[in-house]
Design a protein around this ligand. Structure first.
Ligand SMILES: C[S@@+](CC[C@H](N)C(=O)[O-])C[C@H]1O[C@@H](n2cnc3c(N)ncnc32)[C@H](O)[C@@H]1O
Length: 307
């Protein structure tokens, strides 16, 4: 049987936190295969969705799946931060289901996996000439910048050794496929290197190629500002760096006073912009994790804008 394009995670929870049964306009910044958007649209006949993805392949798949909803769904090929900043309407809710889809991982030509012989591409905006590929970064970044990518985005403590190995190897042969990077990782990290280590390094490069942390930092306040009073923001994240960014933003927006402690009187807005809907991240239940291993690392956080 053909594998599904992508099995969406915690669909019931996402629809419930967004309150999609009450209708309104929702922003799905990570449309993927359209699973979450479909559930949001099914929750009420009065619901509409702006579905955004930077991958044209995802838009084509989701477009076919969502055709039956006609004008209730508007598809936009864009980075979600750019789309959020351009948005003129106010939103009943916003959803970001971060990272990449199962389909993107399965498509060998996209270069997201470390299966042998996979080209080092990793651009979510497939084929975009404006975005350097993973191979471009490995071949062109300075050694110090490469070490920074492995350290900051891969939390790799042997980052300098790995960057040195990459630079040494690229002098004789440029990096082209996963085999080239796997060779450098195994030499730099030694015989005890695990697949988890390899996956972390590949993920670090993916984060750098797509500027994932920078884009999220722009999208969070932009979407918050476009929420209606009582509008809800739901984010599903899959690794600690992005979860920390979401947690810190939601906490900060929920504080009444954000002045530095040394200020004797409050000089800030003095009023929380909204409140946490989830105090701790919500995780998938055992049966969902068993059916969909990708759900294991998912953390759902929700925040509600003040009335
Ligand atoms: C985890 S999948 C989303 C799956 C989707 N919720 C579903 O139900 O099928 C993430 C999707 O978001 C897209 N994506 C990730 N970051 C993006 C960004 N900054 N801007 C636009 N799309 C992005 C990816 O191309 C991918 O298709």
């Amino acid at each position: 049987m053909a594998r599904a394009y992508h099995d969406p995670v915690m669909v019931r929870e996402v629809v419930a936190y967004l309150g999609a049964e009450s209708g309104g306009l929702y922003f799905d910044g990570t449309l993927g295969g359209g699973g979450h958007t479909e559930a949001i649209l099914e929750a009420s006949d009065d619901t509409r969705v702006i579905g955004v993805d930077q991958d044209p392949d995802a838009l084509a798949t989701a477009g076919a799946r969502l055709e039956r909803f006609g004008g209730r769904v508007r598809l936009v090929e864009s980075n979600f931060a750019d789309a959020a900043e351009r948005l003129e309407e106010s939103l009943a809710g916003a959803l970001l289901d971060l990272g990449i889809s199962s389909h993107q991982i399965d498509e060998e030509t996209r270069g997201f996996s470390f299966r042998p012989g996979t080209p080092l591409d990793m651009r979510m905006a497939a084929g975009s000439a404006a975005v350097p590929t993973a191979a471009d970064l490995l071949n062109e970044l300075e050694e110090r910048e490469l070490a920074d990518v492995f350290y900051r985005f891969g939390e790799e403590r042997r980052s300098r050794r790995l960057a040195g190995e990459v630079v040494k190897r690229r002098r004789t042969q440029p990096f082209r496929t996963s085999d080239d990077l796997l060779g450098a990782i195994d030499t730099a990290l030694g015989p005890r290197t695990t697949n988890q280590d390899r996956a972390r390094i590949f993920q670090a490069l993916r984060i750098a190629v797509n500027d994932e942390m920078g884009v999220l930092a722009r999208a969070l306040p932009a979407l918050r500002d476009r929420l209606e009073p009582n509008g809800v923001f739901v984010v599903l994240s899959y690794h600690s760096l992005e979860d920390r960014q979401v947690k810190d933003a939601f906490r900060e927006w929920s504080r009444d006073c954000v002045c530095p402690p040394e200020l004797p009187v409050c000089r800030c807005r003095g009023r929380a912009l909204g409140g946490l809907v989830t105090r701790k991240p919500v995780t998938a239940g055992a049966s969902e994790v068993e059916a969909n291993p990708r759900a294991r690392s998912a953390k759902l956080r929700a925040w509600r804008k003040a009335a």
